[in-house]
Design a protein around this ligand. Sequence first.
Ligand SMILES: [Zn+2]
Length: 157
Amino acid sequence: MKLLLFSPFYLIHGQRVCPACSHPQAVIAIGTKDLVEHETGEADELIWEHGQLQLLTYTTHLPPIIQDYLQTSCPTFDLRTTVAGGTYFTNSCSRCGQVFGDHHIHDRPGSVYFPCTREEAMQLARQKLPFEGAFEFASAYTNDSMSLIETNARVIV
Ligand SMILES: [Zn+2]
């Protein structure tokens, strides 16, 4: 779906043990507290999410300026095809190349970006990205466990 995201944007840093080679691998997710979703269907609808952290999932289009930035700072996050067959921006293992589908790091309770306890949320760190303004993304988003993440993730300046 088409999303319009407003700055500030965040990178949420986490870690996951690669299921293929057991290498501990840094992963990222993109967050914002302000987005507009344009839903086209029988009735055009605008959905505005404001004030609570939202994380992007299954992202198929990034603004070029943000894509360039991530290619340099987080090269294991890129447009990839997962085992399940979807092609979107997601994380992979720097050692063996295994692609981590968003299902495994966002959708499952207890996974990296779906912490169920304070301790799990404390494994995450939040970094503000140096971009100002409104940008278009093609992406889904999730806000499960976001208050846990907002309260407990470390802040990287
Ligand atoms: Zn691996």
